[in-house]
Write a protein that binds this ligand. Structure first.
Ligand code: MG
Length: 156
C-alpha cells in the first residue's frame, strides 16, 4: 500500500465559473486558473500522483500547454486514474477537504462524489468534507478557496 497527499488553492475572481468536484456552483465569483481551476480535483490528482511517486499535476498537465486550457479537471482526474491502473495499483480510499468561506458546499457534495466516481474512482471510496476558515486569512476574506486530499492505493 502507498499513500499520497495533495493540496491546492486558487484565487476567486469575477467573470469565472465556480467549478468544484466537477459541479458548476452558482456564485458571484469563480476560481482563476489555466484549466477550469477545480481545486478539489487538483488536490485529489496530486494525492494520487503522490501515492504513485509520479511527481505532481504540473508535470503531467503543464499550464504552459494549450491542450489543458479550460480543460475539465474531471477529465484530468480520469487520465490520472488510468495511470494508477497502468502501474498495477487500485485506489483504496480518498479523503478530502474543501476550505471555502462561501458559498455553502454541503448541498453539492453528493453530486461531486458522483462526478468523481465518473472519473473511475468508486464513489464508495471517496469522502469529501467542506469547511470554512472561520473568517481567517485569504480564505476567510473570500480571496480564494483551498482543498486538501489524501489517497491510499494498493498494488493489484
Ligand atoms: Mg490547481
Amino acid at each position: 500500500m502507498r499513500i499520497g497527499t495533495g493540496y491546492d488553492s486558487h484565487r476567486l475572481v469575477e467573470g469565472r465559473k465556480l467549478v468544484i468536484g466537477g459541479v458548476d456552483i452558482p456564485f458571484e465569483k469563480g476560481l482563476l486558473g489555466h484549466s477550469d481551476a477545480d481545486v478539489l480535483c487538483h488536490a485529489i490528482i496530486d494525492a494520487i500522483l503522490g501515492a504513485l511517486g509520479m511527481g505532481d499535476i504540473g508535470t503531467h498537465f503543464p499550464d504552459t500547454d494549450s491542450k489543458w486550457k479550460d480543460a475539465s479537471s474531471i477529465a484530468l482526474l480520469s487520465r490520472t486514474v488510468e495511470l494508477v491502473k497502468k502501474h498495477g495499483f487500485e485506489i483504496s480510499w480518498i479523503d478530502s477537504t474543501v476550505i471555502a468561506e462561501r458559498p455553502k458546499l454541503q448541498p453539492h457534495i453528493e453530486i461531486m462524489k458522483k462526478n468523481i466516481s465518473g472519473a473511475g474512482i468508486p464513489s464508495g471510496a471517496v469522502n469529501i468534507k467542506a469547511k470554512t476558515n472561520e473568517g481567517m486569512g485569504f480564505i476567510g476574506r473570500g480571496e480564494g478557496i483551498a482543498a486538501q486530499a489524501v489517497c491510499l492505493i494498493k498494488s493489484l
